[in-house]
Ligand binder design. Structure first.
Ligand SMILES: Cc1cc2nc3c(=O)[nH]c(=O)nc-3n(C[C@H](O)[C@H](O)[C@H](O)COP(=O)(O)O)c2cc1C
Length: 405
């Protein structure tokens, strides 16, 4: 799995940086080409000379040449290496670098390179038990996982500080195995494909203060965008209002209403090879949004009537221009799921539809897992087991691949 693969190894300022010498040796021994990049702090723990000798390549620490008059390196090396890599592993990944990557910062060579990556990013956090358990670190790791990074969990045990707990960098053999797994699963089968994904809910205004919406968190759509990007696609994500981080390398268009979502899909669809409509777009919106706040005192009696009108169906609208494009819909049903998904599949000229039921434990809105059934024309429904949304996203994309040929 490692033979001939291009591995970018990021080393940050953690006590476990000494293990990166052994890691480089094992990767080279496995037949990989290894480009090491280090933070300044990492050079306090292990020298670039050691890692460049073992990797047989210049180790990069500096973002800028020492003197503009005497450039010793090409100016766009961070981009060149980002494009060269088949995978990037940051091991050890310090709390500081994890936080910077989670925020999208680019204040040194390593973090700038990460922002330009087109290949999978694997982080192996390693730090003191309390730094690892700290809410901010956990939040950053969760956000990175959500945006498609692979995280190699640290081990528990005795730490350099003498304390016990989680935070130890796993053995080199384990790191190499995990990296090989990522390389194996990182099919670049979407390279050159343009994938359009919609995600999240829409907000339909009642007045300037209130709106009608639904419980969609956007997690499934964001997982699909992350998975397609990991597999080499050029991804555009049209998102309703959500609180999620944009997956690496994904172009994001934010919309609020169903009408805005429809306009964005109609505009982007002609350039797409695959459209996955994971957004929970409103079916109805207030017929007339009030320009000013509707006042309680102005309503007579105990009730108020709100007239809703049907929102134009996005999938029906684009169906005539479908051509060879693959279109995948989502159906969220609480009852009579398979039959209504099959009706939707036919009515909207979809290639397949992904059905889920928010009443199933571990499926639907807000949770990190999903249980879906794939409904295709003229085939038996295929129920997939409960799995993290990123894995469900990969399963959905895998089923779209043969249709894209
Ligand atoms: C002796 C020593 C050991 C350290 N070990 C770690 C560590 O294992 N993990 C970590 O996140 N930070 C560790 N730090 C703190 C980092 O070096 C520090 O946060 C630094 O700013 C990280 O910079 P970088 O992310 O750019 O590499 C250690 C600091 C010292 C002095």
């Amino acid at each position: 799995m490692l033979t001939g693969r291009h591995i970018v190894l990021g080393v940050t300022g953690g006590i476990a940086a000494y293990k990166s010498a052994h890691l480089v040796r094992e990767l080279i021994r496995g037949g990989a080409e290894v480009q090491v990049v280090m933070t300044h702090a990492a050079t306090q723990f292990i020298t670039p000379l050691t890692l460049s000798t073992l990797s047989r390549r210049e180790v990069i620490v500096e973002m800028f040449p020492p003197s503009p008059d005497q450039p010793t390196m090409q100016w766009t090396k961070h981009i060149d290496i980002a494009l060269w890599g088949d995978v990037m592993l940051v091991a050890p990944a310090s709390a500081n670098t994890i936080a910077k990557i989670a925020c999208g910062m680019a204040d040194n060579f390593l973090t700038t390179l990460v922002l330009a990556l087109r290949c999978p990013l694997v982080l192996a956090p390693s730090m003191d038990v309390d730094m690892y358990g700290n809410e901010a670190t956990q939040r950053n790791i969760a956000a990175l996982r959500e945006s498609g990074c692979h995280i190699i969990e640290p081990e528990s045990g005795e730490l350099a500080s003498g304390l016990h707990g989680a935070g130890r960098l796993p053995d080199v053999d384990h790191l190499v195995k995990e990296l090989a797994k990522v390389l194996e699963s990182a099919h670049r089968d979407f390279r050159g494909k343009r994938v359009l994904v919609t995600a999240g809910p829409t907000h339909e205004a009642i007045d300037p203060i209130r709106y009608i919406s639904n419980r969609s968190s956007g997690k499934m759509g964001f997982a699909l965008a992350a998975a397609a990007a990991q597999r080499g696609a050029d991804v555009t994500l049209i998102s309703g209002p959500v609180h999620l981080q944009t997956p690496l390398t994904v172009r994001r268009i934010d919309v609020t209403t169903a009408h805005e979502m429809a306009a964005a899909v109609e505009r982007e669809f002609p350039a797409a090879d695959l459209l996955v409509m994971a957004a929970a777009v409103a079916d109805f919106s207030p017929a007339h949004a009030s320009a000013t706040k509707i006042k309680r005192e102005e309503q007579t009696g105990d009730s108020m009537t709100l007239t809703l009108s049907k929102v134009p169906d996005i999938l029906k609208a684009i169906a005539p221009s479908k051509g060879k494009r693959v279109v995948v819909g989502f159906a969220l049903e609480t009852d009579d799921g398979v039959a209504s998904a099959q009706r939707k599949l036919a009515a909207k000229n979809l290639d397949f539809i992904v059905l889920n039921n928010p009443r199933d434990a571990g499926a639907g809105f807000g949770v990190d897992t999903n249980i879906v059934t794939i409904i295709r024309p003229d085939a038996k429904p295929e129920q997939l087991p409960r799995a993290p949304k990123i894995d469900v996203a990969h399963a959905i994309l895998t089923r779209a691949v043969p249709l894209l040929q």
